[in-house]
Design a binder for this molecule. Structure first.
Ligand code: ZN
Length: 242
């Protein structure tokens, strides 16, 4: 089965539509959370995910919007964006966000926004960050999001660890590793200095994972964010991917 893996859309409809367009040949798309927050089109993004029957886990932004998760660790701009999203989100979309699970299982892999031991909070950037998740994994592969930086961390068959940032067209063979955590980066707000939307394609038959980037109409999103009076630094960062 060929999977498209997307994460951290953050209300960026232009980026989401561009990525979905690139995933026409996959059998199934799955989402690693944060469909909303930061961007100007939370309703349209949720509706697109629902319309295409894309299974998704909940991220910290969804669960902040639904008030199931405290915003105490959010910076002021993220908080402003959550408050704005709470104002505009349609009741049926809010109900959808409420029922999103924190962990999902698919054919040969798991999905969680942050980490398996702390689904809404922990950021996996390094080998030490990933140890508890390796211990909790029930399958050899786990996709995470949350950091907005594409990377992998792996436990090798010889017991050593491996990992690095991932760029456009990088490939990994999941079967080469005992356990592997892959972060596919962010569709709607990349933070690795590459402003292009990020997504992954995973073939569960061959165990081949590929990382991909695609340019989208950033200025159109920025115009909508201006109109919605979202914080200026959130608008500016899309141009730089950080
Ligand atoms: Zn996020």
């Amino acid at each position: 089965m060929l999977y498209g893996i997307i994460s951290d859309i953050h209300g960026n409809l232009e980026a989401l539509e561009t990525v979905i367009n690139k995933l026409k040949e996959v059998d199934k798309i799955v989402c690693v959370g944060d469909i909303v927050g930061y961007g100007p089109n939370p309703n349209e993004c949720v509706e697109k995910i629902r319309e295409l029957n894309i299974p998704s886990v909940g991220g910290n932004h969804e669960k902040a919007v639904t008030q199931e998760f405290s915003m105490e660790n959010f910076n002021s701009r993220a908080k402003q964006a959550v408050l704005w999203t709470q104002k505009v989100i349609a009741p049926e979309n809010l109900e959808y966000l409420k029922q999103l699970p924190l962990i999902l299982e698919e054919d040969g892999f798991e999905l969680v926004h942050g980490s398996l031991n702390s689904p809404l909070e922990q950021y996996i950037y390094s080998i030490p960050d990933s140890i508890l998740t390796f211990q909790a994994m029930t399958k050899p592969l786990c996709f995470t999001g949350h950091t907005h930086k594409p990377l992998f961390v792996a436990l090798k068959k010889d017991g050593n660890y491996d990992g690095r940032l991932l760029q456009d067209d990088d490939e990994l063979l999941v079967d080469d590793y005992e356990k592997i955590i892959i972060n596919v980066g962010s569709v709607g707000q990349p933070r690795d200095k590459d402003p292009r939307a990020s997504y992954g394609i995973y073939d569960s038959k061959t165990s081949l994972f590929g990382m991909h980037r695609v340019a989208y109409d950033i200025s159109k999103v920025q115009e909508k964010m201006q109109q919605a009076q979202l914080p200026q630094p959130l608008i500016d960062r899309l141009s730089f991917g950080r």
